[in-house]
Design a binder for this molecule. Structure first.
Ligand SMILES: [Zn+2]
Length: 365
């Protein structure tokens, strides 16, 4: 980027995390002078949390005049209708749930111009802090936008993040493990970015890259705590790291600091679930985790450490555990490099023979 260009960084105004952080919601809404709230949630578990915890807290806030609960189905075609209802009344969206609910709320925010506050109920990936939505949802959204059925979507950062570590620690440990897989992938993502800078002259933001790398290092440093403790303290580490990853992306103005070849492979696997009968996909963090071990090998980096850290928290480190074989992994590598215009190690022409040799060496079958 030219040093004369204007760079824009949008980051959350408030990030709160810790034990019972959600209890601070009335004060947060008052500080942000929020008057009308649309509480978005899923249809099952998160609806219960909304009814029992969130609604009483929202109605306690002194500034709130109106609130409404909207259960989101996951169907993007219903979002413009909801957004239209919101446009004239200056709402703030409270997104309560996992990645899917928060992503849909972010789309609503983009369509309506209303800000959103993310209240994650698990820490399985950095979606609650990121201005970018999940790959398959974006794919579906782009398809619908081409047919002219949807308004234009632009990525939006949350106005605030409320990470209640007690609430999040009630989600199954597998979500936390997936979050570790998503965060440790940053070690590879930064290597890919540096490579694109060296070989293709792509602009490289040292500040954003350092921030991105720090998130993976935070997890590495506290891996024992996360794996042994399996409670609120481990969740705290992950929430902090995910929130920092979101900031790294905002600084970079792209998902580069958080997403490299390992994410492209995961996105390709997501796409392949639409066409392969035998493969139904795994947690995002499990897919990026295992792909990060293989890509770290091709980068000539410390793949043993990468594998060891994942094993510590029981993130699958074999292809079989995520329901795929060598053939599917190779197909995902090839498809991954075509998904977007992002230069990574996948563009260097890794052969099937090289992949077989790699998999034999690192034993991830
Ligand atoms: Zn991710």
């Amino acid at each position: 980027m030219s040093n004369r260009a204007i760079e824009k960084v949008e980051i959350p105004r408030k990030v709160l995390y810790g034990k019972n952080a959600v209890e601070k919601l009335p004060k947060i809404l008052e500080d942000l002078k929020v008057r009308r709230v649309i509480i978005c949630c899923g249809r099952t578990a998160t609806k219960e949390i909304v009814d029992s915890r969130i609604v009483p807290l929202v109605s306690e806030s002194k500034t709130i005049m109106e609130w409404e609960v909207v259960e989101l189905s996951g169907d993007v075609s219903e979002l413009p209708g909801i957004a239209q209802r919101m446009e004239n009344s200056k709402n703030t969206i409270l997104a309560v749930g996992g990645g899917s609910v928060i992503d849909q709320a972010q789309i609503l925010s983009s369509f309506s111009g209303s800000p959103y506050i993310a209240i994650p109920t698990n820490a399985s990936h950095d979606g609650f802090a990121s201005p970018y939505i999940g790959f398959l949802l974006r794919y579906e959204l782009d398809k619908s936008m081409k047919t002219g059925k949807l308004p234009r979507y632009v990525p939006v950062s949350p106005l605030a993040i409320v990470g209640d570590t007690v609430l999040i620690s009630q989600a199954p440990f597998t979500y936390l493990a997936a979050g570790v897989g998503d965060l440790l992938a940053k070690f590879v993502a930064i290597k890919d970015w540096e490579m694109a800078h060296r070989i293709k002259g792509e602009s490289f933001d040292v500040y954003a890259a350092t921030f991105g790398l720090m998130t993976a290092r935070l997890v590495e440093k506290d891996i024992d705590l996360i794996s042994k403790d399996r409670s609120e303290r481990g969740v705290r580490v992950l929430i902090k790291a995910h929130a920092s990853s979101g900031v790294a992306m905002s600084i970079a103005g792209s998902s580069r600091p958080a997403s490299g070849s390992e994410h492209l492979i995961s996105h390709a696997l997501d796409l392949m679930t639409l066409t392969h009968d035998t493969f139904s996909g795994a947690h995002h963090g499990f897919q990026t985790g295992i792909a990060s071990v293989v890509m770290m090998y091709f980068h000539g980096g410390d793949w043993k450490k990468q594998k060891y850290l994942l094993e510590k928290v029981e993130v699958p480190t074999t292809l079989k555990e995520i329901g795929i074989d060598r053939e599917i992994f190779y197909e995902a590598m090839r498809l991954g490099q075509t998904i977007r215009d992002r230069y990574t190690i996948l563009n260097t022409g890794i052969t099937r023979k090289a992949l077989d040799d790699a998999l034999d060496t690192i034993e991830v079958d």
